[in-house]
Design a protein around this ligand. Structure first.
Ligand SMILES: [Zn+2]
Length: 106
């Protein structure tokens, strides 16, 4: 994880959209500042590909707060997105609904 300004500067810039080897398209990566809830900018971090998911550890800066916020996400092949917080993993986006499953066929 990226916690310090030094770790943040060392991490590579994340380019979005990102297409994983298993075909997951990550079209946006948003993190909200823990303090003011504004969207953080200048995303840097690491993307790890697993057979069933793509894991992203990244950090972004909130300029008004002068704060580096770090995030840990997993984008699963079935469309779920989970995030790791102090309280454990939880779903951001539930399993894909009937509409997106239908659209996947085309
Ligand atoms: Zn902030």
């Amino acid at each position: 994880m990226i916690f310090t300004p030094e770790q943040y500067v060392e991490a590579p810039i994340i380019n979005i959209p990102y297409q994983s080897e298993s075909g997951i398209m990550i079209e946006e990566l948003n993190g909200k500042c823990k303090k003011c809830k504004k969207t953080v900018e200048n995303l840097r971090g690491y993307i790890t590909e697993h057979p069933n998911c793509t894991e992203i550890r990244f950090a972004g800066v909130c300029h008004p707060c002068k704060l580096i916020n770090s995030f840990h996400l997993r984008h699963y092949n079935d469309g779920r997105i989970t995030t790791n917080t102090d309280c454990g993993w939880f779903d951001i986006k539930p399993e894909s609904n009937w509409y997106s499953r239908l659209m996947d066929r085309f």
